[in-house]
Design a protein around this ligand. Sequence first.
Ligand code: GDP
Length: 701
Amino acid sequence: MARLYPVERYRNIGIIAHIDAGKTTTTERILFYTGVSHKVGEVHEGNTIMDWMEQERERGITITSAATTCFWIRTRDKGDKAKEYRINIIDTPGHIDFTAEVQRSLRVLDGAVVVFDGVAGVEPQSETVWRQADKFGVPRVCFVNKIDRTGASFEKALNSIWTKLTPNAVAVQIPIGEEDAFSGLIDLLTMKSYSFEGDFGHDIVEKEIPAELMESAKTWRGKMIERIAAEDETLLAQFVEGKEISEEDLRKVLRKAVLRGVLVPVFFGSSLKNKGVQLVLDGVIDYLPSPTDLPPVDGIDPKTGNTITRSPLDSEPYSSLAFKIASDPYVGTLTFFRVYSGTLEKGSYVLNATTGETERISRIFRIHANDREEVDALYAGDIAATVGLKSTSTGHTLCDPQAPILLEQISFPEPVISIRIEPKTKADQEKLGLALKRLSEEDPTFKVKSDLETGDTLMAGMGELHLEILVDRMKREFGVEANVGRPQVAYKETIKKPADAEGKYIRQSGGRGQYGHVVLHVEPRERGQGFEFVNKIRGGAIPQEFIPPIEKGVKEALDKGVLAGYPVVDVQATLNDGSYHDVDSSEFAFKVAASMALQEAARRGGLVLLEPIMTLEVLIPPDFLGDVIGDISSKRGQIEQSEDRGTMKVIDAKVPLSEMFGYSTSLRSLTEGRGTFTMEFEKYEEVPANIAQEIIEGRRR
Ligand code: GDP
């Protein structure tokens, strides 16, 4: 077995976009062009191409697959198989409520195509995603789509990228005509024009630049060369001396600058009208990194705790990261993973370094646009899926059992909002259980809980919309009919100061008695640090066998909550003392005593409620600034800043989630439908006392 494509000819990319910018259409076209080109020779007539598209539509599958593999030869390499590249497209979600999803896909991809709407330019959500890509250091190319739409302007779109995202964007093409008149592109590197003929623009025709556009093309080429030359001393010298710089040198330097994150090439086109997408694919190969262009991945040796690294070489020990669990109607639960180093053969065993369990990889799949390919082996840089894993969830490391490594975990925020869900009939009850299990396996930010008081089932997630979509999927994909309650904020409890308390559970009248006696100390930990249990029993005041039940009693009491039934977090509990009885002591008695001690200690420690605080960004026309700010303030929001962005105003604020239900409706009515916002969880903070009182009383009722 050998690899078919050297890792240098891999591109693991994501396509990211604001909703409606055309991500789906663009992806569809990419899968179409790459599929057709890969099978060139099999496709003789336009009909075949049409059929292919039709089938694809009907199946409606792989476009939303977590990862799709396709192949591409650059247009200028004209079908040269030796220059074929393997592109893995990793799906990224379209909506901001799923930031955790965006983050986990950014974690496993090496580069991205960011799609914009040629009329709207940069929209608020593109900014959020752009900043996340910055955080993960993901090199990018931009594709300004919809140049055919009324109102489209490539210069305006470019300007909005410069002012809102980065001054480092550089146009490598200009469109020929705009709106209705959009007919092709001028490539500023080759200084040729391209039109897209035949079915779905499959045939690319290269021509000279139309005379009337020559001046404009030269101007834009000048701007491009100036930017590129500035990144390289030799080119800069050539540029200053007015010498011609070769196409090859320009590409080389531009590629390096993109990989360093200092330049971003901008492409234009219209996916819907089949113009330009192939040249964006050329750009993916020309400018986005292969796995070898990136630094080795870091991880931890689980035995020593030392940092170790893995390079993207087949000769290194096997390491990989599971990044998505999805259910497939034909093969069951698919686990998608990315291979960072080494090779993996079908039938071999791997270590899940996160759980410590061993898993057998019985089958390996590569997902293509129109089929699922079973393969025998995988190599460094590959992205693929397997079935039948028992203990592997999103974010887990799978590696060579002989050379364990724990790759950096993908961290997922805890859900901040929940809704009660109640099946309509007995039959729905069963389906509901299955649906909840499946959906929570797929999405690590979605949790299913049960209300300890009422026994009701709660769905917990990252926002109103997140849960709405899950409920909708449950109805459509699993056929569950259910009543859902109103969204509830996931409050938490914590203590303000250290305290001590004693718990005694003693029953000694007749028959076998009960005896448990526990002395506990509690103290606050820093926000987000969670719970810690410390055992300071020395000299056998309590026999060792009763310590685990004590810890369990403490934990259960914390989870149940003391003040208002919300889990108590960020507490250290220390077991200092206690006593036992030779005959009457039992695990149960100590568990109860521990729970009593904890509740009393927590009360003495000054219990308070915590609530999720969100970062809010609102984009509005300036006329509405006063009203929108007033509204945010009335919601206990704190304005951090407000600034101009183009003709609009942006407000950054922190607001409690509990005040933000239905905000999309209220913002719409405040701004005549022109305002938009994004909101993301930031941290938990103490609820002001008067409001806490209301919440606690509400819970009691
Ligand atoms: P997504 O939400 O980003 O996946 O966007 P879609 O691909 O679903 O496209 C949103 C809408 O824009 C659909 O109605 C598309 O037909 C349309 N659309 C996509 N690309 C283009 C384009 O290049 N030109 C025009 N005029 N419309 C487009």
